[in-house]
Write a protein that binds this ligand. Structure first.
Ligand code: CAA
Length: 387
């Protein structure tokens, strides 16, 4: 694995870091408190090319590689994990899928405005009664007799950016008898009649990222908005999640890095028992383990990004690498954030410092885009060939 960062990698990392620290960090606490979506800074992220990093320039993106993407998501998430997931969903769950499976018209019409940050994209797979078991969905789509459109009905839940998205990829059952193979993907505009935003989730963390239910009631979707072939939807959903999981792993890496940096600084400054607490072996052990696990996560994230890059050339899969990176980085983020709260003592539990936010934000990385249990299942299936 070649870990040498290129000039381009360093440039995007430094640019994302500067923007994150100068623009996002000062507003992160306020957005976390109010839960308000950060329209202003997200627009600016678009102008910087961060909303479509790997998207070719002809479709409004920055045309950079997967390593650039993970470096940028990490930096943004260090300042605020909510911005990190907005960015990750836009880049991976929306743009990536349409680029890989869409028609030329779909790429021009839908990827371009989303990749350039003019509009926001979302991905709707989960339903109230199907989360991990994504194939067991209830929503239905029926094609019209003249074959010009589909009628979509159903409810989707936990849709990141759902309340603010202009367009989303939804997965709907077109042939229930075929189970996974009867699912089809569609690109829907949220202005289409029959689309409605349902309840917004009051979340523990990543509070500035808007998350909601959506309903589709006799939503008429033109046939040209079908993404891929009929029945190909589940595979599209899984392929897209492979990309998404690398984004979430990078987000987790950012949260862990922020929690570690805060702890390191506090350990150098906070005095107790006649010295700074960083002199105590129990604190040193925590810091050493935090740093080591973060570096191990980083290697898995880079390895997954390089595997994704190789897959672009060969058409192969990087399911295993993405799952391992997501599993390890998210559990590391939760563990590191827990140690950070402990090192800060009472101050770690207070809203006066961002450490408690890192702790709340870290938890979701072990849940969305496939829980840790699902990642272990994916890894074990890939290794054993058994299901
Ligand atoms: N790439 C390509 N194909 C894949 C694939 C992948 N990564 N994973 C599975 N497939 C294919 C299989 O090869 C199989 O193909 P065939 O039908 O040709 O045999 C087909 O898909 C079905 O696969 P499985 O039999 O493995 O399906 P399953 O029902 O057992 O489910 C699962 C597998 C891994 C558990 C899957 O359901 C899963 O990943 N669940 C978690 C869902 C998830 O991550 N949801 C998050 C939603 S997004 C979100 O969190 C919100 C947000 O906005 C941030």
């Amino acid at each position: 694995m070649d870990l040498q960062l290129t000039e381009e990698h360093i440039m995007i990392r430094d640019q994302a870091r500067k923007f994150a620290q100068e623009v996002i960090a000062p507003v992160a606490e306020g957005h976390d408190l109010t839960g308000e979506f950060p329209f202003e800074s997200v627009k600016q992220m678009g102008a910087l090319g961060l909303m479509g990093i790997e998207v070719p320039e002809e479709y409004g993106g920055a045309e950079m590689d997967a390593v650039s993407y993970v470096l940028a998501v990490e930096e943004i998430s260090k300042a605020d994990a909510a911005h990190g997931v907005i960015m990750s969903v836009n880049n991976s769950l929306f743009c990536h899928g349409i680029l890989q499976f869409g028609t030329e018209e779909q790429k021009k019409k839908y990827v371009e405005p989303v990749a350039s940050g003019e509009t926001i994209g979302a991905y709707a797979l989960t339903e109230p009664t199907s989360g991990s078991d994504a194939g067991r969905m209830q929503s239905r789509a029926v094609v019209s007799e003249d074959g010009t459109h589909y009628t979509l009905n159903g409810r989707k839940s936990w849709i990141t950016s759902g309340p603010v998205a202009d367009v989303m990829v939804v997965f709907v059952m077109t042939d229930p008898d075929k189970r996974n193979r009867g699912i089809t993907a569609f690109i829907i505009e949220t202005g289409m009649p029959g689309f409605a935003v349902g309840k917004t989730e009051p979340k523990l963390g990543i509070r500035a990222s808007a998350t909601c239910e959506i309903t589709m009631e006799n939503l008429r979707c033109p046939v040209e908005n079908r993404l891929g072939a009929e029945g190909q939807g589940f595979k599209i959903a899984m392929v897209v999640l492979d990309a998404g999981r690398i984004g979430i792993a990078s987000q987790a890496l950012g949260i862990a890095g922020a929690a570690y940096q805060a702890s390191l600084q506090y350990a150098r400054e906070r005095e107790a028992f006649g010295g700074v607490i960083g002199q105590f072996q129990m604190i040193q052990q925590k810091l050493a383990d935090m740093r080591t696990r973060i570096e191990a996560s980083r290697l898995l994230v880079y390895s997954a990004a390089l595997a994704k890059e190789r897959a672009k050339a060969t058409g192969g899969r990087y399911t295993l690498e993405a799952a391992m990176a997501k599993l390890f980085a998210s559990e590391t983020a939760m563990w590191v954030a827990t140690q950070a709260v402990q090192i800060h003592g009472g101050m770690g539990y207070s809203k006066e410092l961002p450490v408690e936010r890192y702790f709340r934000d870290a938890k979701i990385t072990e849940i969305y885009e496939g829980t840790s249990e699902i990642q272990r299942m994916v890894i074990a299936r890939s290794e054993t060939g058994l299901r």
